[in-house]
Write a protein that binds this ligand. Structure first.
Ligand code: NAP
Length: 247
């Protein structure tokens, strides 16, 4: 197992990509505290499915936009798991609209959930990671943070910001033996992209060299690599997982 006895926090772990990441890390021997925003029932179900003799899995209700909630998540994790080796900043949402119609509230909500959350959790985790002189931080960005997308000014700004923060934090933390990388998924089949109709999906697939949408597991495997010692000499990078769409 590639992550035996490791301990992780994964934000937004009850659905889609975050859920696949929790399952992938647990399969490799990593204990996980995952956060969620809405469904207590789903969180309890995931705990029941994954808890075993070798890994401990806990769901923790926390709004990723709130620094206090991030601090509470870290305190809870230290209490339950005794430390944190891996942080995956995955929680995110969309509130799409053309710029002319986008409200200030929708801009703020998306930037707070997608970008400020990365600041919140990274800052909250730093002291324990610096004290143990090791850590892996993986931030989930998006290919649209690299190439832009009409109707997503708020989302794209947040995801481009995540890439910038990843590079800055990587430079700041490398001397502490903490690696910080981003994963930029393309179009992945989750609740977030289920909002697209069949025609929109066909148009997207036409522009993907590997002619399919991605699966949450495709992203989870990239996160596993960046969480493991196999990526010890990699920091400040953006790994696109998009079937070759952006190159
Ligand atoms: P999803 O299916 O909509 O799931 C989003 C997850 O984030 C849920 O677990 C949700 O929790 C959680 N979340 C949202 N806002 C939160 C908040 N304020 N505090 C705590 N948790 C919050 O989305 P997904 O497609 O798996 O996306 C996961 C990440 O990948 C996001 O950062 C997204 O931007 C990124 N991404 C996705 C795609 C794609 O094609 N799907 C492409 C590029 C990047 P609840 O269920 O409890 O609300």
């Amino acid at each position: 197992m590639r992550l035996q006895n490791k301990r992780a926090i994964v934000t937004g772990g009850t659905r889609g990509i975050g859920k696949a990441i929790v399952y992938e890390l647990a399969k490799e021997g990593c204990s996980v505290v995952f956060t969620y925003f809405s469904s207590d029932e789903t969180a309890r179900k995931i705990e029941q499915e994954l808890n075993s003799d070798s890994v401990k899995i806990f769901g923790f209700k926390a709004d990723a936009s709130s620094f206090n909630s991030a601090q509470e998540t870290v305190n809870y994790t230290l209490e339950k798991l005794g430390g944190v080796d891996i942080l995956v900043n995955n929680a995110g949402l969309t509130k799409d609209n053309l710029l002319l119609r986008m409200s200030e509230a929708d801009f703020d909500q998306v930037v707070n959930a997608n970008l400020k959350s990365v600041f919140n959790y990274t800052k909250a985790i730093l002291k324990p990671m610096i004290a143990q002189r090791s850590g892996k931080i993986i931030n989930i960005s998006s290919v649209v943070g690299i190439i832009g997308n009409p109707g997503q000014a708020n989302y794209v700004a947040s995801k481009a910001g995540v890439i910038g923060m990843t590079k800055s934090n990587a430079k700041e933390l490398a001397s502490r033996n903490i690696n910080v990388n981003a994963v930029a998924p393309g179009f992945i089949e989750t609740d977030m992209t289920n909002k697209l109709n069949d025609q929109q999906k066909e148009a997207i697939v036409a522009n993907i060299p590997i002619k399919r949408l991605g699966k949450p597991e495709d992203v989870a495997k990239a996160v596993l690599f960046l969480s493991s010692n196999d990526s010890d000499y990699i920091t400040g990078q953006v790994l696109t997982v998009d079937g070759g769409m952006v190159m």
